[in-house]
Design a protein around this ligand. Structure first.
Ligand SMILES: Cc1cc2nc3c(=O)[nH]c(=O)nc-3n(C[C@H](O)[C@H](O)[C@H](O)COP(=O)(O)OP(=O)(O)OC[C@H]3O[C@@H](n4cnc5c(N)ncnc54)[C@H](O)[C@@H]3O)c2cc1C
Length: 383
């Protein structure tokens, strides 16, 4: 028996989000996306819709049980209206599930406000000298009385400029690779923390930036999870965020294809609507097929996680391919719009720039393929 249906509860949730997407997100997307400030009024509305607490502890306003499929559904549905806003539930899920392993004081400090849409928290792993090879990170956490002192630099961090705090991955002095890396939560107004904006080609409201740590004191209670196990912990959480990000890109692509289909039906060339030419209709048909295939790959990865089955390879498949499928579909939509596809008056070019971020963020295609290849080759490598 196989089912591709969402539960009745998930369908109700999706319908509520579709309404919000059509009435609130889609009409303002292009203008919001051109600004560098994050719209916290919308973040609070997401909280009211129950989008930000998915899978996070109930006592702080969350739904309690990890629910990756619903989280993916939320990201996909919201991205139809605004792909930047749609990344909020994924980020909150990723951050919140790590904060849930913090001390009670840390949980109380951050989780209720995160779930209520009042604050954001960044994840600072990448450094100027280590991105794909995250295990080569150099930020140091030097043990001192009552905690640690952090020094180092993180770069290309989403939410850096609007975050109240950041999760920082730093290593014990003298440790190497993934061993000895711990996760700490650090308020961005701590003395010694400097945040700088990094201009990017898209995702502007997400406040992309670098964060410098100059002998920053972090108290013992701000350690998240086990000391020296921070690297393994964050990699495990990427297994759900990767599929959710894939769905998010596909949601933005679906909006673009719907717009292109409407346009193709009304735009005439050589005396006929361009939709009547197979050069256009087959392009739409092909892109719709790719979107459908990529979508179910992502849901399969999330279903495997939900079922407690191995899903690392599927998560990586959902991260390398669907964002490319989405980018290609948006490009096809731009082509169908002719010169207007290039015009900033329409959202297509903006979606293209925003979706491009996910070809790199959270691990490039090459890094995902390394993970998949390890799974495919298993013990057979070299035989
Ligand atoms: C919009 C955006 C948002 C981001 N947000 C965050 C964030 O919130 N937090 C955070 O910590 N980081 C974030 N990042 C950083 C992101 O995770 C890294 O950029 C990414 O992991 C790649 O690292 P890199 O840029 O250092 O590239 P490099 O690691 O230098 O790679 C350069 C190129 O070499 C390729 N390459 C590297 N190793 C191999 C290999 N073994 N085989 C084949 N090819 C290889 C890569 O695929 C890439 O094409 C973000 C990046 C972007 C663009």
């Amino acid at each position: 028996m196989i089912s591709f249906e969402f539960s009745e509860e998930q369908e109700d949730f999706r319908r509520a989000l579709v309404q919000f997407t059509e009435n609130v997100l889609l009409p303002g997307y292009r203008d919001r996306a051109a600004r560098t400030d994050y719209p916290f009024d919308i973040q609070r509305q997401l909280a009211d819709l129950g989008v930000l607490g998915i899978g996070l502890p109930e006592q702080f306003g969350g739904t309690g049980v990890e629910d990756p499929i619903t989280l993916g559904l939320a990201a996909e549905t919201l991205a139809y209206g605004d792909v930047n806003i749609a990344s909020a539930p994924v980020q909150v899920g990723l951050v919140g599930s790590q904060l849930a392993h913090g001390t009670t004081a840390v949980q109380k400090e951050y989780l209720p406000r995160l779930i209520a849409g009042e604050i954001t928290v960044a994840i600072a792993l990448t450094e100027p000298g280590s991105g794909s090879d995250a295990g080569a990170l150099r930020t140091v956490a030097e043990p001192v009385a009552g905690g640690w002192r952090l020094r180092g630099e993180k770069t290309a961090i989403s939410w850096a400029c609007n975050a109240t705090a950041t999760l920082v991955y730093a290593r014990e002095p003298g440790s190497a690779r993934s061993k000895g890396v711990s996760c700490f939560v650090v308020p961005t107004d701590t003395p010694g923390v400097t945040v700088s904006h990094m201009p990017g080609m898209g995702c502007l409201p997400l406040g992309w930036g670098s964060i410098h740590f100059d002998e920053v004191f972090v108290p013992t209670e701000n350690l998240i999870g086990e000391y020296g196990r921070g690297f393994h912990s964050v990699m495990g959480h990427f297994d759900f965020s990767r599929a959710a990000l894939g769905l998010m890109c596909l949601g933005a692509a679906r909006a673009s294809l719907d717009e292109a289909a409407d346009y193709a039906l009304q735009r005439e060339a050589f005396g006929r609507p361009i939709a009547e030419y197979q050069g256009i209709s087959f392009l739409l048909a092909e892109q719709a097929t790719y979107l459908e295939a990529a979508r179910w790959l992502c849901y399969r990865a999330l279903w495997l996680r939900h079922a407690g089955r191995p899903h690392t390879a599927h998560a990586s498949m959902s991260k390398w391919w669907p964002p490319i499928v989405a980018k290609d579909a948006i490009e096809a939509a731009m082509k169908i719009y002719g010169n207007l596809g290039y015009a900033t008056e329409f959202p297509l070019q903006q979606r293209f720039r925003d979706v491009m971020a996910y070809l790199v963020a959270d691990g490039t295609a090459e890094i995902q393929k390394r993970i998949i290849a390890k799974d495919v080759l298993g013990g057979r490598h070299g035989k």
